[in-house]
Design a protein around this ligand. Structure first.
Ligand SMILES: Cc1ncc(COP(=O)(O)O)c(C=O)c1O
Length: 373
């Protein structure tokens, strides 16, 4: 076999445990399982998007419009950019692939942070690129100065996850502006803003204002607040020159017709977005309160998930919570073995999680369990 040996260095993506897996392994009825492991919207898909998907069923024999003009126009209108600033993909993950195929190869370097979304490393390694992961600052925040120092003449792409998955920490407008003023112009700076719609911080940057610099790419998704993770739809906002490069590496029709229609409808479904954001805020503060009561360390989040640390190693805590039908994400793959990431669930899911967490911590505080640890 004459295969590309560098692919052996590509870490295989580790997704969260699925509901079906837990039904099989623990015999817990499916309806009792609370899945807080993949930052999905606990309120479900946007109702308007569901209606749009149904509307596509009769014409599934027809290929999608490969220019995705209506979808791009809808995104452009919403974001207040021109349609020529918009690219769409089969989930934002496909846009990471466009970036790799257009800007990376075995002689180039991708720079990102440690303890950030696993896909950046995978997307660099997939094309044999060198990947540098810069250590975070002590408070588990991305170190922009460290990233600047790691950039060399071989660097073509920098990935910044803001807010960062899995820590929930974010970078401010002044930090980002200072960073952009120091990045070489021929380095593409990718801001992954998958959780943009959940952000509440006043000093979070409006990165759309920077796209005229020519080297800024903003990536957003319909998988989070719009509740369409299963449909696969993401988009990039960037310069027409960068989008032109994507066109050369993009397979036609990668966004399905139902996904394109759902995207347009979801953007108009402001009620669903408002409800989702309100639920997230309500349950986030409920969680913080309980964490404080229990002495659980947490990082205030700008996303729909929280990073927490207890005395219990993350993998062990994850396993103990499975017994209660609660699925969270252990973070060994993110080199954070003491932490777990928990999606902020619905009111009921959050209550279930907090009751289980309290119980687990109480049990851990008995010596026997700790020794077993
Ligand atoms: C930071 C970040 N970017 C992108 C994605 C993936 O998005 P998509 O479903 O659009 O591929 C996720 C999903 O968890 C994420 O956390």
């Amino acid at each position: 076999m004459k295969y590309n040996t560098y692919i052996e260095e590509v870490p295989v993506y580790v997704p969260g445990v699925t509901t079906k897996e837990l039904v099989r392994s623990h015999g817990i009825p499916e309806e009792e399982i609370v899945k807080l492991s993949s930052n999905e919207n606990p309120l479900g898909p946007s109702p308007q998007a569901m209606k749009a998907v149904k509307g596509e069923v009769q014409t599934l024999n027809i290929y999608p419009d490969n220019t995705y003009t209506d979808l791009k126009n809808a995104i452009a209108k919403k974001i207040r950019v021109k349609p020529e600033n918009v690219a769409v993909g089969n989930g934002s993950s496909e846009i990471f692939l466009f970036l790799s195929l257009s800007f990376l190869n075995e002689n180039r370097t991708l720079v990102t942070s440690k303890h950030t979304f696993q896909i950046y490393k995978i997307s660099g390694k997939i094309v044999g690129a060198n990947v540098i992961q810069v250590p975070m600052r002590a408070e588990l925040k991305i170190d922009l100065d460290g990233i600047l120092s790691a950039i060399t003449e071989n660097t073509s792409v920098v990935y910044i996850c803001n807010p960062n998955n899995p820590t929930g920490s974010y970078l401010t407008k002044s930090e980002i502006e200072n960073f952009l003023n120091h990045v070489p112009e021929d380095v593409i700076v990718v801001f992954d803003e998958a959780y943009y719609e959940y952000v509440t911080a006043d000093d979070y940057p409006e990165t759309v204002n920077y796209i005229d610099r020519g080297n800024v790419v903003i990536i957003r998704t319909f998988s989070k607040i719009y509740g369409l993770a299963g449909l696969r739809l993401g988009y990039a906002i960037t310069s027409p020159e960068i989008i032109e490069k994507f066109e050369h590496v993009r397979f036609p029709f990668s966004v399905s017709k139902p996904a394109a229609a759902a995207g347009i409808a979801a953007l108009q479904d402001t009620l669903h977005v408002q409800r989702s954001r309100a639920s997230n805020e309500r349950n986030k503060f409920k969680m913080y309160k309980k964490f404080e009561e229990l002495g659980v360390k947490y990082i205030p989040t700008q996303g729909n998930f929280t990073y927490i640390e207890t005395e219990i190693p993350g993998k062990r805590l994850f396993e103990m919570l499975l017994n209660y039908g609660i699925i969270v994400r252990p973070l060994d793959a993110y080199e954070l073995p003491m932490g777990i990431r928990v999606t902020i669930g619905s009111d009921n899911q959050t209550d279930r999680f907090l009751i289980a967490l309290e119980d687990v911590i109480r049990k851990w505080d008995t010596t026997s369990l700790r020794e077993e640890g």
